[in-house]
Design a binder for this molecule. Sequence first.
Ligand code: DGL
Length: 286
Amino acid sequence: MTLPATAPPPCPAALAALAAARPIGVFDSGIGGLSVLRALRAELPREHFIYVADSAHAPYGQRGDAFVAARSLAIGSALLAADGIKALVIACNTATAAAAQALRAAHPHLPIVGVEPALKPAAALTRTGRVGVLATQGTLQSQRYRLLQAAQPAHVQFIALACNGLADAIEAEASSLAPAGASASHLIEQYLGQLGPLGMQPGAIDTLVLGCTHYPLAEAAWRQHAGPHIALLEPGPPVARQTRRLLAERGLLRPPTDAAPGHLALRATGDASALHAAARQLGLAA
Ligand code: DGL
């Protein structure tokens, strides 16, 4: 009697190596998440990344939670089904507020890292006790943001401002489509004017939280209008460190024995010109 030929079961080490070689998915409504991807690639240069800009549905900031959650779930599922991602980074404050919970419920075994406005580091840093928070309407109106602000020390005052139109202006400038007079720099100047006095003197705002991942891409304009001494906080580096921690805990970091360098795939659901231009500007793509 001959026994049917069966392949030997793959050994656990081979399975673990396969899992660690899979890419990390990163998404945003558009190019903003590149500010997070820049930090991720610096922290994890050996990892493979797939970045999705949901440009067909951007901006997310004033779309409402249900829409943003549906888009986030669709992108997460597509990245898992088509690319077998080993982790997902929600490189968007608005999408994190609207969809982090739903994404974790839909994919309980997938490590998922979200971004949130850096209120806690700002509270630790401010000397005047006044912090400006700049973000989208969706982020600032979310329950998640309310809870985050409520958890900060009572002596720190947060002055939050929804910067409608700013993510769009940054996006348009990246692909050189910005109409004259509507530049990101002009909007930044206007919004900072609305926040109140900036500076180191008592009663002034000395720390700015850039609570939308698009905003750090206009760093030169923030610096120009806020002045050299105001602290600007962005979430990229802490998100990158948290991603490394989660992958290490699960044995999912790509091993150093794997010689090929980490690669990056850039995708857009709509027009991709801003994405490619911004990635080149940031040195993320050739
Ligand atoms: N970059 C996104 C964020 O961090 C959203 C910008 C938008 O699409 O409105 O909130």
